[in-house]
Design a protein around this ligand. Structure first.
Ligand code: C2O
Ligand code: CU
Ligand code: CU
Length: 504
């Protein structure tokens, strides 16, 4: 076993961190008492056979005790806030009843899941109206990974996620099961959903009051829906499934004592090789599974996780059995198909800030197909960010319906933890990131910046994955239908509707 290099920087361009933007809201350490980290329950299947899994996912309103005093009004999946963790097993047919018990329409988007678009994928074309339910069925045919479910009803995606509609989705397979990773859910394998909120009067959230077209932020870190959390460590090694579930915040994570940790998986699955570092930056929607080894600590010690310089979570060390498991240098083989000869190179340009955000010089239009790729082809997509370094942002670029490879950044090698499957990639100002992209399913899919207010504000496009021998017609949603429905459900006239993203 060779000694692996330990990286000590965040890889991204420092002048582009969101901390440099005038509207940045720094995190503050909460003054409220520490609370045990909430571990989302696993969603129980309605039924499971050797070949099929059946679930019911309910979007519902609720309230959560987040701060001392009044409870906060929240939304969630099958629970008050966020959701239960949904488990899929590779190779099984999945059947999900999607139920909307909210007062308004929403959609159920499976971020990172390779399923047909646009309905199963659950973007803006697949609204489920209040009081109604629909059913989706698909085969889980991708490798073990941490994915997520979130609402995607354009142009109110940001508001729905802010209210709490986001939850972890875990895909399991035999390859993952054979690797020496911790996997006892809730004990040594936990989701860590990173978000931030501002608490207003009576401990309530007020999306409109906090609105910023470059992304809504709050000064208080919220992890798995817990304010000021601690976690009781009872095993030497702990697997954290980090998900940046914030609307806009980048998380620059590091532990006290500069404790080294090891990334084993990125958005779409296990990395080819483990990557060791002391610092990790996640942009919106990205996931990183890491293993932290607490072997140097003894019962009673406390290890702190920081974002920038603010403590966001404590790990209280208890008695644990010694564990000297080492990770192999090679974990899995990552598909790297050759680019189809003669295939076009797609260009995506993310430009602007605030209300001026655009993709390829246009605002999103749900009736317009902006690009096409043939099913089975492997093609390059060049994603550029034309912001300048002094007043721009890292735009996290996301594509539905695929797990892609990151080929290069401005012609240079991608970051060391980008050698696996990804569905979201942070693009620095002035940078072009080359991706290698292929699809397993037909459909109309969206691609966008995952700062959710940028996406709602129009830094979004859509493309069709097609089969020339079997052309398909899609019934695409239109903005008027959605706006009229929102207006009716909220009991206001369309012209009085207040959804910031609608002015795009
Ligand atoms: Cu997390 Cu359009 O997606
Ligand atoms: Cu997505
Ligand atoms: Cu953006």
């Amino acid at each position: 076993m060779s000694e692996r290099k330990v990286y000590t920087d965040y890889f991204f361009d420092e002048p582009a961190y969101n901390t440099h933007d005038g509207g940045f809201v720094p995190l503050e350490e909460p003054k409220t008492p520490q609370q045990p980290l909430k571990i989302p329950e696993l969603l129980k299947p309605d039924k499971e056979t050797d070949t099929d899994m059946y679930y019911t996912v309910i979007a519902q309103t609720g309230e959560a005790q987040l701060m001392p005093g009044k409870k906060t009004k929240t939304w969630g999946y099958n629970t008050d806030l966020l959701g239960k963790t949904i488990l899929f097993k590779k190779g099984k047919m999945i059947h999900i009843t999607l139920k909307n018990e909210l007062p308004e329409l929403t959609t159920f988007h499976w971020h990172g899941l390779n399923v047909p678009g646009p309905i199963t994928d659950g973007g803006c074309h697949a609204p489920v109206y209040p009081g109604e339910s629909t059913q989706i069925d698909f085969k889980c045919d991708q490798v073990a990974a941490t994915l997520w479910l979130h609402a995607h009803p354009c142009p109110a995606t940001a508001e729905h996620v802010w209210k709490g509609l986001a939850t972890a989705v875990v895909v399991k397979d035999d390859v993952e099961a054979a690797l020496p990773f911790p996997r006892n859910y809730g004990v040594d394998d936990i989701p860590v959903i990173l978000q931030d909120r501002r608490f207003h009067e009576d401990n309530q959230w007020d999306y409109m009051a906090d609105y910023d077209p470059d992304g809504v932020q709050g000064p208080t870190a919220m992890i798995n829906g817990t304010i000021n959390p601690y976690f009781d460590v009872t095993t030497q090694r702990l697997r954290l499934r980090f998900l940046d579930g914030a609307n806009r915040r980048e998380w620059r994570l590091h532990f006290s004592d500069n404790l080294k940790f090891t990334q084993i998986a990125s958005d779409g699955g296990i990395l080819p090789e483990p990557v060791d570092f002391t610092h990790l930056m996640l942009t919106c929607a990205e996931r990183a599974e890491v293993i932290v080894d607490f072997g140097q600590y003894k019962p009673g010690d406390e290890v702190t996780l920081f974002c920038d310089d603010v403590p966001i979570m404590r790990f209280r060390i208890h008695e644990f059995a010694p564990d000297n498991t080492t990770l192999p240098d090679h974990l899995v083989d990552i598909p790297d198909p050759d680019v189809t000869p003669g295939a076009p190179v797609h260009k995506v340009v993310m430009s602007g800030m605030d209300e001026e955000v655009m993709m390829n010089g246009k605002k999103f239009d749900m009736q317009r197909i902006d690009d096409k790729q043939k099913l089975g082809n492997v093609e390059y997509w060049d994603i550029s960010n034309t912001n300048d370094m002094s007043n721009g942002m890292v735009h996290p670029y996301h594509m539905h319906g695929t797990q892609f490879r990151v080929v290069s950044r401005n012609g240079h090698a991608p970051y060391p933890n980008e050698n696996g499957l990804k569905d979201t990639v942070g693009v620095n100002p002035g940078e072009t990131v080359r991706l290698k992209v292929w699809f397993n399913h037909l459909g109309v899919f969206m691609n966008h910046c995952h700062i959710i207010e940028h996406e709602d504000g129009g830094m979004m496009a859509q493309f069709e994955v097609y089969d020339p021998d079997h052309p398909k017609q899609y019934k695409l949603m239109d903005m008027d239908t959605l706006m009229n429905a929102f207006a009716k459900e909220r009991g206001v006239k369309v012209e009085d509707l207040n959804i910031p993203g609608m002015d795009m």
